[in-house]
Design a binder for this molecule. Sequence first.
Ligand SMILES: [Ca+2]
Ligand SMILES: [Ca+2]
Length: 186
Amino acid sequence: MAISLKKGGSINLTKKEPGLKKMMIGLGWEMKPGSSLDLDASVFILGKNRKLIADEYFVFYNNLTSPDGAIQHTGDNRTGEGEGDDEMILANLEVLNSEVHEILVVVSIHEAEARGHHFGLLKDAYIRIVDVEKDRVILNYDLDESNPTNTVMEFGKLEKRGGEWHFVASGIGGNQGLQGLIDVYA
Ligand SMILES: [Ca+2]
Ligand SMILES: [Ca+2]
């Protein structure tokens, strides 16, 4: 059975899911009635110093694949309409650059400021991880707060500690926009 994480919760994937190599990280969202916004998933692939390994290790709708081929964004969804995963990221730990210590998944709202959009307009949002080879959901994390002032969120991260991969349900909201996060991690 899939594990449901709360904000701040974590699991040791290496211990819990031995042999896990290929993952699908799915993000889904639904809007409150009458609202619409475009959420964008992006991935910061970081080294030990918590900086991007190189600029190309920032994977988003305009740079869909990391140089090692390990992280792949399947493309932009502009509305979030419909059930299930709206944006997806494929991760293959087997080919991941060995310098990588953290795979940070963030979501931001496209043109939030210009359009006056914020996370408070969302009805639901979740992140989940699927074991691609076993076709099985490992975990999910439902955003359980309304976050009306946020336009960007560090949703969850895979973190290597002592050679083992952990997933952390971060849920850290901010209002600095995606560029603000790029300024921190680039
Ligand atoms: Ca989008
Ligand atoms: Ca949806």
